[in-house]
Design a protein around this ligand. Sequence first.
Ligand code: HEC
Length: 120
Amino acid sequence: MRWSSILAALPLLAAACDRPAPADEAARLSPRAEKGKALFSTHCAACHAPSAKLVGPPLSEIASLHGANPEAIVRWAVSPGRKRTDVPPMPSFRGVRESDLADVAQYMIEAGNAAGKQRP
Ligand code: HEC
């Protein structure tokens, strides 16, 4: 047994263990979504969470509804529809710039997809 080669491999093993878990990798956000995350915290987080239903639907649900069409999220935020009758209507965010809402939409989709993947 060549102990010296095993010892030589230890730092490599330690480095391998430092790598983030796959779930963290899935939650890594694009720069655009990072920007949207801050605005999301200010404007939307009171009612929307990644995988839990608060007042509004979770981001995982929003991502599966609108993942291919972030523009639909922007339109909804400006002029919310009425779908779920067991909750109060969502207030309009027409006072927020649409380019900011587009960043929020990007965050909702990326965080929602990551939250959806973490479910068993
Ligand atoms: C005061 C609570 C509240 C806040 C704040 C809020 N929402 Fe909502 N949201 C709701 C509720 C309630 C619903 C469900 C309404 C319904 O289905 O009738 C909803 C639904 C949604 C949906 C689902 C649309 C669909 O097609 O089903 C999207 C997308 C959404 N919100 C985006 C946002 C964004 C973006 C923000 C922040 C800019 C935000 N919401 C802030 C309460 C809120």
